[in-house]
Design a protein. Structure first.
Length: 155
């Protein structure tokens, strides 16, 4: 056997037909069919072989010419290995910490972090009622309308 060649397909569980099915006659002159030779790639889209017939068939296929199937050389295998992700050890991300990491002078006017207690929805200017779950401000608008209705002088 020759060298092992690795092919990669763009899609998962890729199948390619390397030899078509064809009829033949047995010794009793009965027509039989030789099934097609189909190569199935792994679920990751990888196929390795050392069979020169299959290698030549894959290299001559339309999928190989259109780059849906590519040949991976030994030098390119490092590109497909999983690289370890760098782990970031950072504290709480605030505007001050971002400025500090960037090397810019930290301004005193930027608050260190917004606490959850301070982060609430809009509030009514008249009575101070807070509307936490009101992203479009509809509840606050209706509340203000009710204030205007109830505060109109009677005639």
């Amino acid at each position: 056997m020759g060298e092992t060649v690795e092919f990669r397909a763009l899609s998962k569980n890729y199948r390619i037909q390397v030899a078509p099915e064809h009829p033949y006659f047995d010794q009793n002159r009965i027509a039989r069919m030789i099934p097609a030779k189909i190569v199935t790639f792994s679920p990751a889209g990888v196929f390795s072989t050392s069979d020169p017939e299959i290698i030549a068939a894959i290299r001559g296929s339309a999928s190989f010419r259109s780059r849906r199937v590519i040949e991976i050389s030994p030098g390119d295998k490092a590109l497909f290995e999983k690289q370890p992700q760098p782990k970031s050890v950072r504290g709480v991300i605030t505007a001050a910490s971002i400025q500090e990491e960037a090397g810019a002078p930290v301004s005193e006017s930027v608050p260190a972090a917004i606490k959850l207690e301070e982060k609430s929805g809009p509030a009514c200017e008249v009575c101070g009622k807070k509307f936490d779950n009101d992203p479009q401000g509809r509840k606050l608008r209706m509340h203000k309308v009710n204030h205007r209705v109830s505060r109109t002088p009677e005639k």
